[in-house]
Design a protein around this ligand. Structure first.
Ligand SMILES: [Zn+2]
Length: 155
């Protein structure tokens, strides 16, 4: 069965289910995978240009590694007829997929917080919403301000 909930990210979905009165053992045994999705605005292709105001330090602060941040060319839309001077045209989905592996099920059973769940999921290799949206900055698809709008910092 597939179901939809409105939460900020994948890990907090577990807390939402628990707050709805569902027993931890039921969540642990019946939830297989949680996918969180947000839509980020895409920079307009017709007026895309380099954004000198976004420096590497800002990208690192947002969560990129120092080395990869240096290789990024941040872009923005200057504004044109195509994008009605907004600098954006269209949207791109960013995802966070949290598979409830055995380790995470244990965390759920032990009453872990959303933060603890997220940390463990990251340790197990989850690509977070923040990381997923930063990847779109690396690819020149969206902006750092969109990253801040659609995702929270990874801690
Ligand atoms: Zn444009």
């Amino acid at each position: 069965m597939l179901s939809t909930l409105h939460t900020n990210d994948a890990p907090s979905t577990v807390n939402r289910l628990l707050n709805m009165g569902i027993e931890p053992f039921l969540v642990a045994s019946s939830v297989n995978c949680i996918l969180a999705q947000r839509l980020a605005r895409k920079v307009c292709e017709d007026c895309k240009e380099r954004d000198p105001e976004v420096v590497a330090e800002a990208l690192v602060e947002a969560g990129l590694g120092a080395e990869e941040a240096r290789e990024v060319t941040p872009v923005k839309g200057r504004g044109c007829k195509t994008c009605s001077d907004t600098g954006y045209k269209g949207r791109v989905a960013v995802y966070e997929v949290m598979e409830l592996k055995e380790e995470l099920k244990e965390f759920v059973l032990n009453g872990a917080s959303a933060t603890e769940l997220k940390r463990e999921a990251m340790r197990l290799g989850m690509t977070t919403l923040r990381r997923s949206s930063l990847n779109k900055v690396k690819e020149g698809i969206t902006t750092l301000s969109e990253v801040f709008r659609v995702s929270a910092a990874d801690r």
